[in-house]
Design a protein around this ligand. Sequence first.
Ligand SMILES: C[S@@+](CC[C@H](N)C(=O)[O-])C[C@H]1O[C@@H](n2cnc3c(N)ncnc32)[C@H](O)[C@@H]1O
Length: 221
Amino acid sequence: MGENEALDRTRRDYDEVAELYDDMVRQGDQVIDALSAGMINAFADLVRAGGSVGAVVDAGCGPGQWTDHLDRAGIRAYGIDLSPAMVAIARRYRPDLRYEVGSMLHLDAGDESIAGILAHFSLIHTPPDLLPRVLTEFARVVEPGGPLLIGVQITDTADANGWVPYDHRASPAYLWTLDGLADRLREHDFAELGRLRIVAPAPGKPPAGYLLARHDARSNE
Ligand SMILES: C[S@@+](CC[C@H](N)C(=O)[O-])C[C@H]1O[C@@H](n2cnc3c(N)ncnc32)[C@H](O)[C@@H]1O
């Protein structure tokens, strides 16, 4: 799928389900939310320790709940999302925060100007052939040493490419193995720091996983 076609499809699909998606998020799940918050708080700790003056990008922020969480944790954060309906919801909850319609493939940020990137279940819709372009963009904007946290639904049984198609309810998506994704990150100078596997988010759902990485600019030298 070409870039425009893929992005248009994702935007259209999430515009349609935005309110339903937000209801689902607000309803939450105690175990998943606790594990997610654990990883996002670890990410926030690394941002804080980095002492950057830059902001964090919540890339594919959806209704903005994690941008809000980061802000409440004292991290300067803003959200971008392809879907105008998602961005409208995020702004409704937190009109004081910055939420913009935008694409992870073309972030509106200068080189090495971003303190860290959160991509929370937003890379799942990126066709695997476009993933290198997203990771190139992440590597361009994030400061050396800045953390990247990725959350995705995962598979344990992909072929050598590390992914399989995923019959996602909202929009076409892809399941990655955590090893496959970690390999892709390494190719873009993101060194893995740690990972989490969430066994069963809900009956019949695939497991979910997190990769926490750091932009390792030294490998460019
Ligand atoms: C499953 S939702 C996750 C939303 C939120 N991060 C969360 O954790 O609930 C996926 C979101 O990623 C957004 N998205 C997917 N591909 C994107 C891209 N290339 N650029 C920006 N947003 C994207 C979608 O519009 C959607 O809002």
